[in-house]
Design a protein around this ligand. Structure first.
Ligand code: TYD
Length: 203
């Protein structure tokens, strides 16, 4: 089954909410239903994305919030041109692990204005059909990161993640849904399905 037009579904939330697992599960379940789809992630593995990954592993150093913001925006512009727009034009379902709501929340938590960041991004970035914002306690998320990885990134600090999540919670709009990321992987997958089913006509 092919949707009549491309559909953009975005997964957002602080690190450790389990959204990457859920992105992959959704891609798998759409593929099983023969719905053409592609799973993408930001930061990407492109030139800007790799620069960002160095920042994550080595720390922010003396990079200003404005400069950091510009790296994420440049990475996104590349992603839109190279990956997102071509897939939408082919009427695929594009599943994104992070998009500009992450920029508004994470760079917003550095003191920049989240609403302004969202507005600026919406001038060039396709607006998602659905944004699923995953929520869980920042403490539980950090525990999850610590048990699953050797090293935390420079962004994964409790107070910072709490501020980031507070900004995520303030987003609103007809395309935004919040998902409590508690319960088993399959419980959360069911919540995801329930929040996107209306975008598809599986009959
Ligand atoms: P993450 O999704 O955790 O990537 P990976 O699983 O490959 O490590 O993203 C890395 C970090 O980048 C994460 O802490 C959130 C942060 N981030 C921003 O600060 N701004 C943004 O615009 C995006 C897309 C991510």
């Amino acid at each position: 089954m092919k949707p009549a037009r491309g559909v953009l579904i975005v997964f957002e939330g602080i690190d450790g909410t389990g959204k990457s697992t859920q992105c992959n599960l959704l891609a798998k379940s759409l593929s099983e239903k023969k719905v053409p789809n592609i799973a993408l992630a930001e930061p990407t593995r492109g030139t800007w994305g790799m620069k960002i990954r160095r920042l994550l592993s080595e720390g922010r150093g003396d990079i200003s919030p404005e400069e950091e913001l510009s790296w994420f925006v440049n990475d996104r512009k590349e992603d839109i041109e190279i990956n997102i727009m071509p897939a939408l034009k082919e009427n695929k379902v594009v599943i994104m692990d992070r998009y500009y709501f992450s920029t508004a929340a994470y760079q917003g938590a550095l003191g920049l204005d989240p609403d302004q960041i969202r507005l600026e991004n919406e001038k060039f970035a396709p607006i998602p059909d659905r944004v699923l914002i995953f929520l869980n306690s920042a403490e539980a998320c950090l525990e999850r990161i610590e048990s699953s990885r050797d090293q935390k990134s420079a962004f994964e600090k409790l107070d910072y993640l709490k501020n980031v999540q507070d900004i995520f919670k303030r987003f609103n709009g007809p395309n935004i849904r919040f998902i409590e990321s508690v319960g088993s992987i399959s419980d959360v997958h069911k919540k995801v399905q329930a929040e996107i089913d209306d975008l598809f006509d599986f009959n």
